[in-house]
Each structure stands twice: as structure tokens, then as C-alpha cells.
Design a protein around this ligand. Structure first.
Ligand SMILES: *Cc1c(COP(=O)(O)O)cnc(C)c1O
Length: 375
């Protein structure tokens, strides 16, 4: 007999992935509407009004959601956050960057600037997974870079400038944007993809850029320092296109539809403050359950560093997390496995704004039910 979780215990929606994450039904309905032959957006030119209107909705919606400071601009392009690391390497770092590395995603950006033949080796401030590495003031760098939310470990870092006026802070907010509080005055680039808190598909990068970042890109790209900035990696080119509500090359229109719908859904409910509170409610449920459960321990030891959007819970060695994940999957509860390279006996739970806090509560009850019966 395989283990059966009673249907009445199951969450109403079993998607708890950390990216791609749960897509709301309303977003799928928006997609269907965008495919209506009477008023089609899907399957039409991205250089014409219907798709440009969509990009406009995304850009103006993000401006409102993040209370964009004067002079900041919303840029977007193809390739996801991974592409943005290369954009930043090519267009924003003059000579040397400093990276905070406390998980896989921070490490990947550090590797990108380390590989660039035209840059000096980066400074890397490293901390063990489950903790946070803090950027430190340095006269030897012109860019600082840190994840806001390290999705691979579930640790969250403050967004705060460590340096002086001629240094930029680039914040990888791929999984934090739209779910964590932020004051954009404290960073020069706040970049993310649509597939985490914005509940859409991957493939785009979005970057909220300060005037200093816009100016830095112009300076670096025209400096004639011998570097080759491919057009695809030019932030200046992306900004020029974004100002016209376009991307350099063809975007996934369906992703834009779902992204615009999610941004407007957040705004309708009360904006970023509402989203932050909703994610915090989910996180209280998850971490509260872990505190009350003898075989579950939050991986991030310092409560102040625990992510309210990506919760990582270590299980006692006597409990096989892989087996728990398997039983949950059989019941439609998906993607609560840990980040693959972390290699821990762990569950990782995406608690983005699309996820109902009541579903997080149901999930915790299902986990307990399964562990009690796995023996
Ligand atoms: C998911 C993620 C990325 C990678 O995003 P892609 O769009 O797949 O390139 C980068 N950084 C963080 C913090 C992430 O969570």
C-alpha cells in the first residue's frame, strides 16, 4: 500500500517551486484573452501597438510597484537574469567588481566577471550557504554586486550601498523583486526575471536602472578601452529600445502577457507592501511549523536572514527528504526539492505572492502527515 494523503488535507494548488513558480489562473486567462482572434496580441508583431502597449503596461506597472525614484528607468531584454550578468559585465563594470557570494547565483555572476578578459579579477566576499556575505567598502572596485534573495539557499541580504558616489550597486533581485521590501535609492540596478515573484515564464530580464547606471553604461560602452560589447549585451541599446516599449529582438509575447497581468494584480491588491505582507504570512506559517516540529530545522540559522519567499527547511537525517518529496509529488505537491547543488536533506518551499498562505499551511500539514507515516 502506498502512502495516501487524504484529499481534504491537500493544498488548493500544489505548486511551490522556487522558479518557475506558480502561475495564477488569472494569468492563464489573460493569455487566452490575448489569443482571442477578435483582439489578438499573441501571434502579432512586437513592433506594433498591441505588443508595445503590453511592454508599456509592464514598464509603467513596475514604475508604480517599486515607487521608482526620479530618473530611474525600466529596461528589459531577452535572456533572463543569466544574460543580465553578461550585460552588466560588458556594459557596467569599468575595471573590477566586488561580489557577495553566499550561494549558487551570487557565485555565477562572480564567475562571469572573472571570465571577462577585459576586467581585473573580482573581489569576492564569500560566506557559507545558509548565511549572508556582506559587501565591504573597497577603493579597488567600481561595481558591487549581491543577490537580494539567494534562491539556492533561502538567505536574504539587505539592499544597502556599501560604497562611495562613483561606485554602483547591482542587486540580483530575481527571486526577491516584488516580494521583498526595497528602497531603490539604495541600489543602482535592481534586476530580475519574470518567473519568480512575477509568476510568469522565464526568458526575459528586467532592470530598474539609476541615472548613475545609465550614465555608466554610456561611458563604458564608448570608452574605447578595447573591449567588445556585443549589441545583444549593450545596456545602452536595451535602454534605447525600452524607452520605445520594445526589446532589441523578438520577446516571448506570452511571457509579457502573464507578467503584465501579475504586476497589475499586485497593484490592485495593494502593491509591494501587500505582497510583502502576504509572503511574510506564508513564511511565518512555514518557519513556525519548523520551530514546532522536532525533525525540521530552518537551514538559515539567523531568523533575520531567513527568506520570506524561499524557505529552506532541513530534515533530521532519520527522515529521507527525497522520499517525502516523492510522496508529495504523487499527490500533486510539486517542486519542494532543495537546490540541486546544495545536496542537503532539505525541503525548499517557494512562497511567492501568487501562493496562498493557507496553501503553505496545508503543505506543512501534509509534510507532517507523510513523515509520521513513512516510519
Ligand atoms: C532564478 C535566478 C537566477 C537565474 O535566472 P534565469 O532567468 O534563469 O537566468 C539568477 N539569480 C537568482 C537570484 C535567481 O533566483
Amino acid at each position: 500500500m502506498t502512502l495516501q494523503i487524504p484529499a481534504s488535507m491537500l493544498p488548493s494548488d500544489g505548486r511551490f517551486g522556487s522558479g518557475p513558480s506558480k502561475v495564477r489562473t488569472g494569468q492563464v486567462e489573460a493569455l487566452v484573452a490575448a489569443g482571442d482572434p477578435a483582439r489578438p496580441v499573441l501571434g502579432t508583431s512586437h513592433r506594433q501597438a498591441p505588443v508595445k502597449d503590453l511592454v508599456h503596461r509592464v514598464r509603467s506597472g513596475l514604475t508604480e510597484l517599486f515607487d521608482l525614484p526620479a530618473g530611474y528607468e525600466v529596461a528589459l531584454g531577452n535572456g533572463g537574469s543569466t544574460a543580465f550578468w553578461e550585460v552588466a559585465t560588458a556594459s557596467l563594470v569599468r575595471q573590477r567588481a566586488q561580489h557577495a557570494v553566499f550561494g549558487e547565483f551570487g557565485a555565477k555572476f562572480a564567475a562571469a566577471t572573472a571570465r571577462a578578459p577585459f576586467l581585473a579579477d573580482p573581489e569576492v566576499v564569500e560566506a557559507a550557504p545558509g548565511t549572508v556575505a556582506h559587501l565591504t567598502p573597497s577603493d579597488a572596485v567600481d561595481v558591487y554586486a549581491t543577490p537580494h534573495n539567494e534562491t539556492s539557499t533561502g538567505a536574504v541580504a539587505p539592499v544597502r550601498r556599501p560604497g562611495g558616489p562613483d561606485q554602483l550597486l547591482l542587486t540580483d533581485a530575481t527571486s526577491g523583486a516584488g516580494a521583498l521590501p526595497v528602497d531603490l535609492h539604495e541600489t543602482d540596478v535592481y534586476y530580475f526575471g519574470p518567473q519568480k515573484a512575477f509568476a510568469a515564464d522565464g526568458g526575459l530580464w528586467l532592470a530598474l536602472c539609476s541615472p548613475a547606471a545609465v550614465e555608466r553604461a554610456r561611458e563604458v560602452e564608448s570608452s574605447g578601452d578595447g573591449r567588445w560589447v556585443p549589441e545583444f549585451l549593450s545596456l545602452t541599446t536595451a535602454l534605447e529600445n525600452s524607452r520605445q516599449d520594445q526589446t532589441l529582438n523578438t520577446p516571448a509575447v506570452g511571457t509579457l502577457v502573464m507578467l503584465a497581468d501579475q504586476v497589475e494584480w499586485l497593484l490592485e491588491h495593494g502593491g509591494l507592501d501587500w505582497s510583502v505582507r502576504r509572503c511574510e504570512r506564508s513564511a511565518q506559517v512555514l518557519y513556525g511549523w519548523a520551530a514546532a516540529t522536532p525533525w525540521a530545522t530552518p537551514f538559515v540559522a539567523d531568523p533575520a536572514e531567513r527568506s520570506p519567499v524561499v524557505g529552506t527547511i532541513d530534515l533530521d537525517p532519520s527522515v529521507d527528504a527525497g522520499a517525502v518529496v516523492g510522496v508529495l509529488r504523487d499527490h500533486g505537491i510539486l517542486d519542494v526539492f532543495p537546490y540541486r547543488k546544495l545536496g542537503r536533506n532539505q525541503l525548499r518551499v517557494g512562497m511567492f505572492p501568487a501562493v496562498d498562505p493557507d496553501d503553505v499551511a496545508a503543505l506543512t500539514e501534509c509534510i507532517t502527515y507523510v513523515v509520521d507515516r513513512l516510519g
